[in-house]
Design a protein around this ligand. Structure first.
Ligand code: GAR
Length: 209
């Protein structure tokens, strides 16, 4: 079994998708959910599923380094093989990222490397893009810059409003994040020296599924 720790800051709909995809005796076991915000709704989702929760308030620390060191200690007390960022809205230090090299995944609401950063849906609509989507990637020190593992692509509809686009991208996130986590847990997905690998073969940056 692959023990997983999930980090959240908010609603936790991706956490819910991961919880719902867990099967008894399956390869993935969510050991704990950690939030930097006490009011994150995802904490209630975890509790409802009987998963241990922890809160670590970044505002209680003098700087990013101190927060990340405390976060590492909480995570490592669970001895996870994989750490999953699911709407965890804190920039992580290089020390943190290197500590979890090859076992830290994030989901980002764009077709990386396009539209790194925040407010992706609005920027995609403003630019008049024909396609949008989401990406699961290994986390490296470059913000939203690590090797892409899995992407889902959707066409932007003519005249589509932002709420509709957000809803459709979320639905894709909830499909591909459990898939990527399962592949990792099964030993099929890993980070090689030149990028993400699936079943021993390099994944193209646009690893559409
Ligand atoms: C998701 O859409 C995720 O892709 C995004 O935050 C949302 C969290 O939703 N992450 C980022 O923007 C990371 N920079 P959720 O809490 O309902 O899973």
């Amino acid at each position: 079994t692959c023990n997983v720790v999930v980090l959240i800051s908010g609603n936790g709909s991706n956490l819910q998708a991961l919880i719902d995809s867990q099967e008894p005796g399956g390869p993935v076991r969510i050991r704990a959910v950690i939030s930097n915000r006490a009011d994150a709704y995802g904490l209630q989702r975890a509790q409802a599923a009987g998963i241990e929760t922890r809160i670590i308030d970044h505002k209680a620390f003098a700087n990013r380094e101190a927060f990340d060191q405390a976060l590492i200690e909480i995570i490592d007390s669970q001895a996870p093989q994989l750490v999953v960022l699911a709407g965890f809205m804190r920039i992580l230090t290089q020390a943190f990222v290197e500590h979890y090299a090859g076992r830290l995944l994030n989901i980002h609401p764009s077709l990386l490397p396009a539209y790194k950063g925040l407010d992706t849906h609005r920027r995609v609509l403003t630019a008049g893009e024909a396609e949008h989507g989401c990406s699961v990637h290994f986390v490296t020190a470059e913000l939203d810059g690590g090797p892409v593992a899995v992407q889902a692509v959707i066409p932007v509809q003519a005249g589509e409003d932002i709420d509709n686009l957000v809803r459709r991208v979320h639905a894709e996130e909830h499909r591909i994040y459990p898939l990527a986590v399962r592949w990792f847990a099964e030993g099929r997905l890993r980070l090689g020296t030149r990028g993400a690998m699936l079943d021993g073969a390099p994944l193209p940056t646009n690893g559409h599924v």
